[in-house]
Write a protein that binds this ligand. Structure first.
Ligand code: KIV
Length: 280
């Protein structure tokens, strides 16, 4: 089965009726296999892996080599979803040439079909250079976690006339630079609705209301891996943290009680003179 392409995804917005795009993150082959089997359209190897996989407080420590490693892992688990891999902090901000080199590595070594980078007007030259080389780009505006020290934290962006106007400019710059879709993160519903109508390319929302052309969530949040992390925009579709703790707790109890492994989990040598007996 072939992977969804940029054309398939653009057609989803242009269709009559339009189809919503479902995107989710994944960081390894097992999760990729699961979300692919569930029918997602796009899988993002997000630099959110810095937080949910590596345990950092933000995404700023993630390197291009980290993204390549996880991209390669995820690609092996996918059959039909489109694979986008994030350009991490400082892999594209220096120059358009640096951005193109980094994007090229994500495709050649990381299995990416497209790359995502943060920023609107300021990132337009990088987007243009990458698109010109034949690599599809996903934009990312609104809250841009790689600028967390400049924006002063994880806040809703685009509130008020000036901030909304700046975000409108960012959205148009990303589209004009050639991105094939754009993530809107933590943007008021009213503004996200307006941007979705304004742009020809699909908008993928996270904390941007129901009227975007698609939605994205971090797989760990959607599945409830961490009960202590629950921002307003996350909907938990499962509480796997509880299920997993219960399962491992039962395993620990069974090991301690000598209940596991049972006979069906054991191997025997039929040529051995006598069977091993349980000793306790
Ligand atoms: O890094 C990431 O996972 C992301 C999504 C939350 C959009 O950028």
């Amino acid at each position: 089965m072939s992977h969804k392409t940029v054309l398939d995804l653009r057609r989803m917005k242009a269709g009559n009726p339009p189809e919503k795009i479902a995107m989710v993150t994944a960081y390894d082959a097992t999760m990729a296999r699961i979300v692919d089997a569930a029918g997602v359209d796009m899988v993002l190897v997000g630099d959110s892996l810095g937080m949910v996989i590596q345990g950092h407080e933000d995404t700023l420590q993630v390197t291009l080599d980290d993204m390549i490693y996880h991209g390669r892992c995820v690609r092996r688990g996918l059959r039909r979803a489109h694979l986008t891999v994030d350009l991490p902090f400082m892999s594209y901000q220096v120059s358009a040439e640096q951005a193109l080199r980094s994007a090229g590595r994500l495709v050649q070594e990381g299995g990416a079909q497209s790359v995502k980078l943060e920023g609107g007007v300021r990132s337009a030259p990088a987007i243009e250079a990458i698109v010109r080389a034949g690599i599809p780009v996903v934009g990312h505006i609104g809250l841009t976690p790689q600028s967390v020290h400049a924006t002063g934290g994880w806040r809703v962006q685009g509130r008020g006339a000036d901030a909304a106007a700046a975000l409108r400019e960012d959205a148009l710059a990303v589209q004009e630079a050639g991105a094939f879709c754009v993530v809107l993160e933590m943007v008021p519903t009213e503004l996200a609705t307006e941007l979705t109508a304004l742009l020809d390319i699909p908008t993928i929302g996270i904390g941007a209301g129901p009227n975007c052309d698609g939605q994205v969530l971090v797989c760990n949040d959607l599945l409830g891996f961490d009960e202590s992390f629950k921002p307003r925009f996350v909907k938990r579709y499962a509480t796997l943290q509880d299920t997993m703790i219960d399962a491992v707790r039962t395993y620990v109890e069974e090991v301690r009680a000598g209940v596991f492994p049972a006979e069906e989990h054991c191997f025997h040598d039929k040529r051995a003179p006598s069977r091993v007996q349980r000793i306790y």
